[in-house]
Ligand binder design. Structure first.
Ligand code: GLC
Length: 730
């Protein structure tokens, strides 16, 4: 066992500052230009970092994923410091390392903690096998403005779903590596949905909405938390003593370590908060930020000459050393390169990714039960749209170590499923969608979509329409290209980029039955499609095995069971729109708050259809009255009267009728994904405890449990029982 205090006593101030410093270390593809905002001299960076390692002035690296390279750099570090302190390697293992799972918003749409935990455990197993000790995940930021690109990385709008998903991800990660929930706190409330812009949130919103997923992640055992870039209520989150000492440590008892987001400590000067880098480092380390994630020229390197008290610095270094001891790095700092190859090749990982993609898809519409398709009953299937055949887009954003050769696109999946039973004809129809300015991830190469050489837009459009007209069914894949969502990828519109809607309209106009597969990470403007396309299946960015899973769903081997983790607006003008709003004033006109547009969503929170046919029996509670700290048992019968088994996500919502605050018209407080056999009924049970009824009250500025009455409702979506008075829309 390593005695951390003995180590500390032997370390110099520069060595201590080094342990609190994490550097990016990457070698970009030849000729790549680094994102200017990174302030990174691509040519110099690797050498500068290696020099810091040899001086014992770096405690951690990120963006190295090759086991041989990790071992080389670990050796440099161990030789560079006289105390034998090993390096901690962190990375963005967001939804897989080599085996890519559906994007996090899709995993949340499974409403299935088991598959979510399993997916992150596999990602963590692959990460640890290559020598990564720590994931900068889960991203648990509540997102209620889908213009914000990072909605794709989280679990949507709801604190209860977000908390369950956060805990499941942390349990999965922590089986092998450190989980690092991020970005604390309130990052998803960026002004105007513009990434990195300030967030201004009331304590009511912070405590009741934005904090619960972080609290759940910490209670699940997360060993790290990452700061957020932006100002929260006028104070840069990365220097907020309230966030990182009073809330995180004092109130919640967090005993792991905190890392800043990339360059967020240096940027305290940019915020107009710190006068210079020395003060930036001093104020962040005093606030509670143990480690600085830096590109170059770290602020924490200046800690020895700052005013930060020595005991504060020692307490921060102790956190980092304890994490390294817990991981066993002092005893075994290197990674076994042969084992890494074996683990990455494990076929069980691909099977799990396919199962996850099956469970995340959300069936938004299925008029006339067009789905599932009968592969034996079709002569020809048209598969249309450039996203149908894009391996890179099928994986989604925030992936770096993927294997494109083993990535299954929608076209691959349909061809693989149908085999020679029908002709499968592909036509992109339109040029790929292009961003109006480069993505920060373009520097890693292969990120921007490109048309096939010699692409003739008009001829290809005509060919696609003709292909649809000649087919028995048309499957159109449309959505956003993966570089249009994620970090630094917010949008002012939700429209389908490029000529996708035009293509969809032309295909529907041929009269061929049409299925729309949506490849996305945010709700998109589907008003036309929701009226004119009989079947719409949201497949998200479904990952390495995505196309195979999509075929399983399209042809009925598996029934869709996903549910929306956010409210799907009709148009960008309605944003923000949430399910758990209060009644407020004149609820009778709630469906028409605007005169020019309905005030209802296109699809409600928790919505998702199935190939099963579900109905809900009477809901019973074991007691009509319960003490303040008491618990109520709730049960409901769910019947599937279809001829096939299918999974349903049964959702429980509470509505407090009166009390010392106005409470939402419905709050999700329980859910269960259950498989209901054909023509069968199952009983689903929930308990409602005080923790489900307690909320933070802005009047008394504390948690309260009102003496009140509750409506308890259970259904297959938030709109199963619309508590608003029915209003004729017209
Ligand atoms: C990025 C992101 C953060 C990520 C980090 C390292 O800017 O904000 O989520 O983990 O830098 O890549």
């Amino acid at each position: 066992m390593t005695n951390v205090d003995e180590l500390l006593a032997r370390m110099s101030p520069a060595e201590k500052a080094g342990q609190l410093t994490q550097y990016f270390y990457f070698r970009l593809p030849a000729g790549a230009e680094a994102e200017p905002a990174l302030g990174l001299d691509v040519a110099e960076q690797p050498q500068a970092v290696e020099a810091a390692l040899s001086r014992g002035e770096a405690g951690s690296l990120l963006f190295v994923t090759d086991p041989g390279e990790i071992n080389r750099l670990q050796r440099l570090a161990l030789e560079g410091n006289p105390h034998g302190i090993p390096l901690l390697f962190g990375f963005d293992v967001i939804h897989g390392l080599r085996t890519i799972f559906p994007v996090p918003i899709a995993m949340a749409a499974s409403w299935d903690p088991e598959i979510i935990e399993r997916g992150q455990a596999i990602a963590a197993r692959e990460a640890r096998a290559v020598g990564i000790h720590w994931a900068f995940a889960p991203m648990v930021d509540i997102a209620r403005d889908p213009r914000w690109g990072r909605i794709v990385e989280g679990a949507g709008e709801d604190p209860y779903l977000g908390a369950v998903v956060a805990a499941a991800q942390v349990r999965g990660f922590q089986r092998h590596i450190i989980a690092g929930p991020k970005h604390f706190g309130g990052y998803g409330a960026a002004l105007g949905g513009r990434d990195y812009d300030e967030a201004n949130l009331s304590d009511h919103e912070l405590w009741n909405v934005y904090f619960p997923p972080f609290r759940a992640a910490i209670e699940a055992g997360a060993g790290n938390v990452m700061t957020a870039y932006m100002d929260l209520n006028g104070i840069p989150a990365t220097a907020s003593h309230w966030l990182f000492t009073e809330v995180l440590r004092d109130a919640w008892g967090f005993d792991g370590f905190v890392v800043s987001d990339a360059n967020a400590v240096r940027n305290l000067v940019t915020h107009g908060f710190a006068r210079d880098l020395t003060e930036a480092g001093e104020r962040a380390v005093i606030a509670g930020v143990d480690m600085e994630m830096a590109i170059a020229d770290p602020a924490y390197a200046r800690l020895p000459e700052s005013q930060a008290p020595a005991e504060v610095i020692d307490s921060r270094v102790r956190k980092i050393l304890e994490a390294k001891v817990r991981l066993g790095l002092f005893d075994d700092p290197y990674v076994n390169e042969d084992r890494a190859r074996t683990v990455l090749a494990d076929p069980a990982h691909r099977a799990a990714a396919r199962e996850a993609a099956q469970r995340t898809a959300v069936l938004l519409r299925n008029e006339g039960d067009l789905l599932p398709l009968d592969a034996g009953d079709l002569r020809s299937i048209a598969v249309l749209g450039p996203l149908a055949d894009s391996k890179r887009d099928t994986l989604g954003p925030w992936v770096f170590d993927f294997d494109l050769d083993e990535t299954v696109t929608v076209l691959d999946g349909i061809r693989g499923f149908v085999k020679d039973r029908a002709d499968v004809d592909y036509a992109p129809g339109i040029p790929v969608g292009q961003r109006t300015f480069p993505s920060m991830f373009d520097m890693f190469g292969g990120n921007a979509p490109a048309d096939p050489p010699g692409f003739d837009a008009e001829a290809e459009f005509a060919r696609a329409v003709a292909t649809a007209a000649a087919a028995d069914v048309a499957v159109v894949v449309a959505g956003e290209w993966q570089n249009m969502i994620g970090e630094a990828a917010s949008r002012s519109s939700l429209e389908l980029p490029g000529r996708q809607l035009e293509l969809l309209q032309a295909v529907v106009a041929t009269g061929t039955p049409t299925v729309l597969l949506v490849m996305n990470g945010r709700p998109l403007d589907l008003r036309w499609a929701a009226e004119h396309v009989p079947a719409i299946l949201d497949i998200w960015y479904p990952g390495t095995q995505g196309g195979a899973a999509v075929a399983d769903l399209l042809f009925g081997d598996v029934s869709p069971s996903g549910k929306l983790p956010f409210t799907w607006p009709r148009t960008v003008g309605q944003i923000p729109m949430i399910s758990s709003h209060t009644t407020s004033h004149e609820p009778e006109n709630q469906a028409r708050r605007y005169w020019d547009e309905a005030s209802t969503p296109l699809f409600p929170f928790g919505h998702g259809l199935s190939y099963g046919r579900f109905s809900y029996g009477d809901l019973t509670v074991d007691r009509p009255v319960v003490g303040r700290e008491g618990t109520v048992a709730v049960s409901v019968e769910v019947t599937n009267d279809a001829d096939r088994a299918a999974a349903e996500v049964v959702q429980l919502y509470l509505r407090q009728r009166h009390g010392t605050a106005s409470r939402p018209v419905r709050e999700l407080k329980g859910f269960r994904r259950v498989v209901v056999p054909a023509r069968s009924t199952v009983v689903v049970e929930f308990t409602i405890g005080p923790e489900h009824r307690r909320y933070w009250n802005a009047a008394v500025r504390d948690w309260v449990l009102d003496a009140t009455s509750f409506d308890v409702e259970v259904g297959g979506s938030a709109a199963s029982f619309d508590v608003r008075p029915a209003v004729a829309e017209g």
